[in-house]
Design a protein. Structure first.
Length: 185
């Protein structure tokens, strides 16, 4: 009976993650963290909640407190019908710098898929921006080159430019050379 009450308390805390009051969110986060693995499991379960604010908040929780247990839930949430939920899940999956230990996941594939195919420009921007923070990878180069050549969204192109400089040394050198020539003129 006590176990059921503890689970109920954790699920209530997960629901509180979706509130607009940051103090309540901080308290709920603290309760989930104090619960350890059970708190993480409650947040994972919250990623299937009917309310998209709660699903997004759970994905946000995973950004800082995610473990390898969260990978499947984050990957599944990349197909959420609500764009801001997908965007946060994508960020949490690809952002390793905020976590205590990096997730054991190849984030490049889902980032590239979202960059190319997501219906939301904001999700696509997040994907391309997040590629900058991944280790250099040759798979990224043709996708970013394609985005620079074909996309009209200024912000998406800006993120593609910065990410491509990170992943492609030849592009980075060409951009640096162009800048030197402009400065000499």
């Amino acid at each position: 009976m006590q176990l059921e009450q503890a689970d109920l308390l954790l699920h209530q805390q997960v629901a509180l993650l979706g509130t607009r009051d940051w103090r309540i969110v901080r308290q709920a986060t603290d309760v989930l963290l104090q619960a350890g693995d059970a708190g993480i499991q409650a947040a994972i379960a919250g990623m299937t909640h009917a309310n998209p604010r709660i699903r997004r908040a759970c994905a946000d929780f995973m950004d800082h407190h995610g473990t390898d247990q969260c990978i499947l839930a984050l990957t599944t949430t990349l197909h959420d019908p609500v764009a801001y939920v997908r965007r946060q899940a994508l960020h949490s999956l690809g952002c390793q710098r905020c976590k205590e230990s990096p997730l054991a996941v190849d984030a490049i594939a889902p980032l590239l898929n979202a960059a190319l195919h997501d219906a939301s420009i904001k999700v696509r921007r997040e994907a391309v921006s997040n590629l900058f923070f991944q280790a250099p990878d040759q798979r990224v180069i043709p996708v970013l080159q394609n985005i620079l050549a074909q996309e009209s969204d200024r912000m998406l192109r800006k993120h593609a430019h910065h990410s491509l400089k990170h992943h492609d040394p030849a592009y980075r050198m060409a951009v640096a050379e162009q800048a030197r020539r402009r400065n000499l003129s």
